[in-house]
Write a protein that binds this ligand. Structure first.
Ligand code: NAP
Length: 487
């Protein structure tokens, strides 16, 4: 049951479609439920967009594009800065919404609000730094002018695991660059982005610049938009499987795409690592968001000389975590997002155990209401266990030993994914050598978290195309136009 504060916060969120600066019902009047994963209770019902609503959202974005592109960068930047301040002042409400629909503890939700808001602050500063180039052609005859212009109307699709930050990481640079948007948040966790759209309206975002649609017929509503020749860009964060399908659809009109997809992060602990630091890093890399993160450490490769001690300490820390509804005080670990996710985690652990892995702590679901899985450490995990290949997306740490640096790198790279890797060593040369050999878009050296609005976030191989954040992030929303000038 929700209490009075929770009910008040839920009532304050608009639950319609945000199209052309106004909240409205879906054209058929249909709605679908948003549930609390800790209790299964329906929190609210939100508008269920049809194909016609999707098209109306794109119509609004297309109509607003040229005025928005012509709006002075300083105005766009100041709007983002005002929104940053407003998000920050509403941290508690936004965090509560996130915890209610997603399950993570309030402290983690507050951290996500701060992280998500930072993208607006960062890109408020980037908005006025977009520039081109002027040069002389090598033969001296002509001049080369290079200018940057907004890509144009952009379709954004976000996942459920970071309901606010995955949105601000796209909306921030698009506003800064002068692109209009149609945003489709994940159906399981959409309230923070609905609240954000209203907050941007309050800050004076012009009508049609951001349009938000929610739908339970995702594929049917999205595909016509991707195939619409007025759309100029698709930016997607989610699973590799869905990303692949969307890239196929986007290929029909050679749509520009950014893809932030799945991960299978290795976490390397060398024999000379500071073990206290490595265990702290492991807790962060594994347990941020209950393991439901694309950056979550999925495979722990530990040098044989320290594997036993590392596993013991990690199991002790994991075993001490308190499970519960994210809104309760003192809770470290909330439920997983839904039954299917919990069952997948359970099946992956059972598979590893059936192939000979040993359970040091956890290893089973928590009985009772809600989709809880106990924080788990497994040792002696064989290379053919499914959880070595697949994203676990839950609080499970499989430990595998290695004997030499080359073997560690080979094991780490032996995956179709390439988002992030972590390594712990006291030897700077080893850290640099191994970093250069790792086929990943990001590497954390002696730290268990890499996400930072000022850094380019993104992967290689099946983990995606493009970068979000840093000075690279705004480039995803800009086209380069070259002008040859004869003198
Ligand atoms: P998902 O199932 O791929 O869904 C992501 C989004 O795609 C949701 O909004 C979903 O809508 C939508 N979608 C699903 N099928 C679609 C279709 N046929 N056409 C258009 N849109 C479609 O991923 P998820 O389970 O939400 O998120 C977890 C995944 O995201 C993990 O693999 C994780 O690694 C990845 N992730 C990557 C990053 C990164 O930056 N690299 C960050 C966070 C998460 P519905 O909700 O309506 O189904």
């Amino acid at each position: 049951m929700t209490n009075t504060t929770e009910s008040a916060v839920l009532r304050s969120v608009p639950t319609g479609l945000f199209i052309d600066g106004r909240w409205r019902d879906a054209s058929g009047g249909a709605t679908f439920p948003v549930n609390d994963p800790a209790t299964g209770e329906v929190l609210v019902r939100v508008a269920d967009a049809t194909v016609a609503d999707g098209t109306a959202a794109l119509d609004a974005g297309v109509a607003a594009q040229s005025d928005w592109a012509a709006t002075p960068p300083r105005e766009r930047g100041e709007l983002l800065r005002a929104a940053y301040e407003l998000i920050t002042s509403r941290t508690d409400e936004l965090a509560l919404l996130m915890t209610l629909e997603m399950g993570k503890p309030l402290a983690e939700s507050r951290a996500e609000v701060a992280y998500g808001a930072e993208f607006f602050r960062w890109f408020s500063e980037e908005a006025v730094r977009v520039s081109g180039r002027w040069s002389t052609a090598p033969n001296g005859a002509t001049r080369l002018l290079t200018m940057k212009q907004p890509v144009g109307p952009t379709l954004m699709i976000t996942p459920w695991n970071f309901p606010l930050a995955m949105g601000t990481r796209k909306i921030g640079p698009a506003i800064a660059a002068g692109c209009t948007m149609v945003m489709k948040p994940a159906s399981a966790t959409l309230l923070p982005l609905l609240a954000l759209a209203d907050l941007l309206r309050e800050c004076g975002l012009p009508d049609g610049v951001l349009n938000v649609i929610t739908t339970s017929s995702t594929g049917a509503v999205i595909e016509p938009l991707i195939r619409d020749p007025r759309l100029r860009k698709l930016t997607f964060t989610g699973s590799t499987e869905v990303g692949r399908t969307l890239m196929e659809q986007a290929s029909q009109q050679i749509l520009r795409v950014s893809m932030e997809l799945g991960g299978n992060a290795p976490f390397l602990v060398f024999g000379d690592a500071d073990l206290d630091r490595a265990v702290d890093g492991a807790m962060l890399a594994k347990m941020r968001n209950m393991g439901e993160a694309c950056t979550a450490a999925n495979r722990f490769y530990v040098h044989e000389s320290v594997a036993k001690e590392f596993s013991r300490r990690l199991a002790e820390r994991m075993g001490a975590l308190r499970l519960g509804r994210g809104t309760e005080d003192g809770v470290d670990v909330g439920p997983l997002v839904d039954e299917k996710s919990r069952d997948k985690v359970s099946a992956l652990v059972d598979d590893a155990v059936s192939r000979g892995a040993e359970v040091l702590v956890g290893g089973r679901v928590l009985d009772g209401v809600g989709w809880f899985y106990r924080p788990t450490v497994l040792s002696g995990v064989p290379a053919d266990a499914r959880l070595v290949r697949e994203e676990v997306f839950g609080p499970v740490a499989p430990v595998i030993t290695f004997t030499g640096d080359e073997e560690a790198v080979r094991l780490a790279n032996d995956t179709e994914y390439g988002l992030v890797a972590y390594l712990f060593t006291s030897d700077l040369s080893r850290a640099l050598r191994v970093t250069e050999a790792l086929e990943f878009g990001m590497v954390g050296v002696n730290q268990g978290i890499v996400s930072n609005p000022a850094a380019p976030f993104g992967g290689v191989k099946a983990s995606g195309v493009g970068r979000e954040g840093g000075c690279e992030g705004i480039e995803e929303y800009l086209e380069t136009k070259y002008v040859g000038i004869a003198l």
